[in-house]
Design a protein around this ligand. Structure first.
Ligand code: XMP
Length: 584
């Protein structure tokens, strides 16, 4: 149960919107995210509103806006980036369309000393900018608080009405005093009280579960991931082992040792309450004929639905004694402009007709639906769940199937002045649209050059660096390849090596996720190559390619080339966008 929100983040479509809410919560104040257009009347009682950044320009008629009544309604308002521009625009100021963007680190100079928003953050300081448009003239009553070399109006204020704006992003770590600035706004200006602490949540959550569940029992489909495990454990503690059951579906598409890992962890939780449903053949047989990534996803989604229905029916889980438990977390519950494929597949699984009936009848318990991933990890720590489980990287539901790329025709790798064109198509993302394009391979793992090449060369959506190949690149070929058990085993072996070596070197703690991909490029004897995809991210919506350390990259290349059938090892240098995190 969350407290009555004191803070609402109004989502204007910015990629950092959830990050703002998380940072507010880290300061000890519960924050919710609502669409930017939410009427002021529905925000009554808030102490503070924060308007997020967004990809738009205030002059675009389609761009998100806010109800202007929020500026007169009483709460303190902070506009960040697009939020500042929108505030200025709606209150009679002027926004200039930018010819050229300002992205990355900048130095902010505070012009008005003693301003409460910047208490403890005086003078020149490092900030993070990501904008094209900027405020050119402030509305009446506002003053300019600070500037950068390229942005004359980087912070604005109208203290009498408690309206503030920042062109830069206080929520990202690169803004040195970001945390102090947000704290000043929440506590010094808006008068918020601390009401949120994820370190002591377990007992109230257990109580809430008991209230929701009443006399009934709970069953879960568990995945071995953090969210479903924490939700399951909370229910187990709230209700006792007699009343909680879980099923883990082995699709045959999981990583090496995954089913054992799940079995061990659930056994350690006490009593044998999770059973394993073996359904490998049900997935692998139809997948053997699929090459197109969307077709693979469709098959996996449909088979998952069949397995779930079978289980629900055979165990009589639709009778009145049972309710469904799910590990849904806060970002999964919010409709946003972002189109995360994760959401699609999750929705899919959550909408099996049998499950839908349970949801409609209110027979569902989702104890984590107010929490972010990091908070779920905190709750997991409070429950004494082991660190190797809580610190797991996200792993997609369709598993290794989407990371094992297939091809239908034979084609050569072609030499270009910039590198080699690898005729393997993979999914990328540009704006809101999907791309499906071949890849450029280069020699040096240089992410800046990769970004530049993608912008300059039409028709590619990724750049990879060659770490090691058994033969010169131009001799490798792409050959027809299906999702065979042999290739899945090869990918599984590669993934296990990468996980082991990146764990031993500590590299896995420096990245958010580290997918390993198999592409059908190689020689007659060794038909495949491995692509490494270490990324840093906040929520998977955007991501930065992280360079591998030289010793780790050499060790990985050496070990991976020893797998029979592997001809080469590459590292993906593409940020998201324009690449996605997964290849498929
Ligand atoms: P992309 O590839 O879209 O991935 O950049 C963003 C994040 O979502 C995860 N992902 C999935 N998670 N089911 C999931 O549970 C899926 O079908 C799925 N597809 C992508 C991906 O691993 C990354 O963390």
């Amino acid at each position: 149960m969350h407290p009555q929100p004191q803070v609402t983040v109004l989502d204007a479509g910015g990629q950092y919107c959830h990050l703002i809410a998380r940072k507010v919560r880290e300061l000890g104040v519960y924050a919710e995210v609502r669409p930017s257009e939410t009427p002021a009347a529905q925000l009554a009682g808030r102490k503070a509103l924060i308007i997020s950044g967004g990809p738009s320009s205030v002059y675009d008629p389609e761009s998100p806006t806010v109800d202007p009544a929020i500026f007169a309604a009483g709460p303190a308002v902070l506009g960040i980036c697009y939020g500042q521009q929108l505030m200025a625009h709606l209150l009679g100021g002027e926004v200039r369309k930018g010819e050229k963007g300002e992205y990355g680190l900048a130095t902010f100079e505070l012009c008005v000393p003693g301003e409460p928003l910047f208490a403890g953050a005086d003078g020149r300081q490092q900030i993070w900018m990501s904008h094209r448009d900027a405020v050119a003239a402030v509305p009446e009553g506002f003053s300019v608080l600070g500037r950068t070399d390229t942005c004359a109006i980087a912070a604005i204020a109208e203290p009498a009405r408690r309206l503030y704006g920042l062109q830069f992003h206080p929520e990202v770590v690169h803004t040195t005093h970001g945390r102090e600035i947000l704290a000043n706004f929440l506590f010094g200006i808006a008068g918020c009280r601390r009401d949120w602490d994820t370190r002591r949540r377990a007992l109230p959550l257990e109580e809430e579960i008991r209230r929701t569940v009443g006399e009934r029992n709970v069953f879960f489909f568990v995945s071995g991931g953090v969210d479903s495990t924490v939700a399951y454990t909370l229910c187990l503690r709230a209700l006792g082992p007699e009343r909680v059951r879980g099923v883990y579906v082995d699709t045959g598409l999981m990583r090496e040792g995954e089913t054992d890992f799940v079995r061990r962890h659930f056994e350690a939780l006490g009593s044998g309450t999770v059973s394993i449903e073996h359904a490998e053949a049900q997935f692998l047989t139809p997948l053997a004929a699929a090459c197109d990534p969307e077709q693979k996803r469709r098959i996996i989604g449909e088979e998952f639905v069949r397995v779930q229905e079978r289980i629900i029916e055979s165990r009589h889980l639709l009778d009145g004694h049972w309710i469904l438990g799910q590990g849904t977390i806060y970002p999964d519950t919010i409709e946003s402009g972002g189109t995360q494929k994760a959401a699609v597949i999750k929705t899919h699984h959550n909408r099996v007709p049998g499950i839908q009936k349970l949801i409609e009848a209110g027979r569902i318990v989702e104890p984590l639906h107010d929490y972010y991933k990091d908070e779920v990890r905190d709750i997991g720590r409070e429950l004494d769940l082991p660190a190797d489980l809580l610190n797991r990287h996200p792993f997609p539901g369709p598993g290794l199937a989407i990371r094992c790329l297939c091809a239908q025709a034979e084609e050569a790798v072609r030499r270009f002045p910039e590198g080699w064109l690898v005729p393997v198509h993979s999914v990328g993302v540009q704006g809101d649209s999907r791309t499906y394009a071949p890849v450029l391979a280069i020699e040096a793992p240089d992410t800046d050059r990769a970004a530049d090449l993608i912008n300059r060369m039409a028709g590619i959506n990724r750049v990879i660096a060659r770490l090691e190949t058994r033969e010169p690149l131009e001799r490798l070929r792409v050959r027809p390849a299906a999702l065979s058990p042999e290739r899945l085993a090869r990918l599984r072996a590669a993934d296990a090596i990468v996980r082991r070596l990146s764990h031993e070197s500590g590299f896995d703690r420096r990245v958010w996720q580290f997918p390993v991909i198999l592409i059908p490029m190689g020689s007659e004897e060794a038909p495949d190559s491995v692509v490494l995809r270490p990324v840093d991210s906040v929520d998977g919506m955007t991501a930065r390619a992280v360079p591998l350390d030289v010793p780790l990259s050499a060790a990985l290349a050496r070990a991976l080339l020893e797998i029979p059938g592997v001809a080469g090892v590459f590292c993906d240098l593409t940020h998201k966008p324009p690449g996605t995190i997964e290849w498929e």
